[in-house]
Design a protein around this ligand. Structure first.
Ligand code: SF4
Ligand code: SF4
Length: 413
């Protein structure tokens, strides 16, 4: 798609980068078929191709309106369209650039602005989230319907191993997950320990930066990213093999650090190195077990019952790891139920469920219906946002799949 940058944007790196992405789009429209917002709303401007057109217009100097911003806001950044696109259009990067350009021209005001500020001042900080979660758990029985169901029950965190192996990796502690689902990283530590790998956190690391980045506070996001790089760098230099991320939404962000800081002279190389080391937990567990006979786990895995697995968009479309978790769980002997429309977003999408509640609710209902169709005994996923969203919609306990693997490897079924 040929784009002529408007003179006033000729030196704007966002417009230049957007033009590079726009070049690849041949306007075929294949991506419409898998776009959740297009399928729900039926408006081409709520489809990938429609949003691409809107961004092209802004780059070419057309004045965006509040409606332009709304169509971009409604995008889940699920990147399902990237998986479908035959031309390799990097839509995820494009929509971030487009949002930033539009927001300059159509700034937010009122409730929207203050709600964003409120969320940004709490969610990325584990020390602020934890007391709120604890309070929520106390009043959970008094909370109405979906709100009560969305508050995660307090988890029992399994004991951590004390052995240090020669093979060692870092783990992202993150912000929301340690408060809401502390068992996830504990299980990751235990499973990797059983496979001969030590997993260690870095005290000064924290939020991956995704909350700020996707709410268009990209400079603030870069500060979170630099802080994590600084916290991890001594271990990287000491030869740590990988940086493990158990929340796929954070993993896709860490894998993008090199891209985000490409123009930062002081951090570009380090960011690229960190991104190259970043791995979802399934990549490591899958690699280690790739050539092993796993028949010893089959009986305990079968005892878990039927498992419905939801692959987060950030795992299958963002990190391009479709079916990897499902294949691993099946090899371990878990009884996976078939789930219709597994490629589609559950409506969580970071803070999307807060800002676009109606669309998020519809997607949640569809997802929960499809997950429950096979009458599973348990639902598993790979991202804390999806976990809470599906739990809120189904009323069932939803776990990270690594907890199931932990149970099977340590026979706690
Ligand atoms: S499928 Fe790809 S090339 Fe075709 S319209 Fe969508 S983004 Fe453009
Ligand atoms: S990222 Fe998802 S919601 Fe946004 S345009 Fe692509 S498929 Fe549609």
């Amino acid at each position: 798609m040929q784009t002529t940058i408007a003179p006033e944007l000729a030196n704007d790196p966002r417009a230049i980068a957007a033009t590079e992405v726009l070049k690849k789009c041949v306007h075929c429209g294949f991506c419409l078929a898998t776009c959740p917002t297009y399928n729900l709303l039926g408006d081409e401007l709520d489809s990938p191709r429609g949003r691409i057109y809107l961004i092209k217009q802004v780059v070419e100097g057309h004045e965006p309106t509040a409606a332009t911003r709304t169509h971009l806001d409604r995008c889940l950044t699920c990147r399902n369209c990237e998986t479908t696109c035959p031309s390799g259009v990097e839509y995820g990067h494009l929509v971030d650039l487009g949002r930033s350009l539009v927001e300059d021209k159509v700034p937010r005001s009122g409730v929207d602005k203050w709600l964003r500020k409120g969320i940004l001042s709490v969610l990325p900080y584990s020390k602020r989230v934890t007391p709120l979660v604890k309070l929520g758990q106390v009043v959970k029985p008094l909370l109405p319907g979906a709100l009560g169901r969305a508050v995660p029950a307090s988890q029992t965190v399994p004991a951590l191993p004390t052995t240090q192996h020669e093979r060692h990796m870092l783990v992202l502690d993150g912000c929301v997950q340690p408060s809401m689902a502390p068992a996830t990283n504990a299980s990751a530590v235990r499973v990797l320990d059983a496979l001969g790998i030590s997993l260690n956190g870095a005290a000064e690391s924290g939020c991956c930066g995704a909350v700020h980045y996707h709410l268009n506070e990209q400079e603030a996001a870069k500060n979170f990213i630099r802080r994590n790089i600084d916290a991890w760098w001594p271990s990287v230099e000491a030869g740590c093999e990988a940086i493990i991320v158990t929340a796929s939404g954070c993993g896709v962000m860490v894998k993008d650090y090199g891209h985000v800081l490409a123009d930062d002279a002081a951090y570009a190389d380090k960011a690229a190195r960190v991104s190259a080391l970043a791995k979802d937990i399934v990549e490591v567990v899958g690699d280690v077990l790739a050539s092993e006979d796993l028949s010893r786990f089959k009986e305990t895995a079968a005892a878990v019952g039927k498992v419905a697995f939801h692959p987060p968009c950030t795992l299958q479309h963002g990190q391009k790891l479709p079916q990897v978790t499902e294949r691993l769980l099946a090899r371990l002997g878990f009884n996976l139920t078939p789930v219709a429309d597994a490629h589609t977003c559950c409506g969580s999408a970071g803070t999307y469920s807060i800002f676009q509640p109606a669309i998020s609710q519809q997607l949640k209902e569809n997802k929960v219906r499809n997950l429950l169709a096979g009458q599973p005994d348990i639902i598993a996923t790979a991202n804390i946002g999806c976990q809470l969203q599906i739990q809120g919609g189904s009323g069932q306990t939803v776990v990270h799949w690594i907890e199931l693997v932990d149970r099977v490897m340590t026979a706690q079924v």
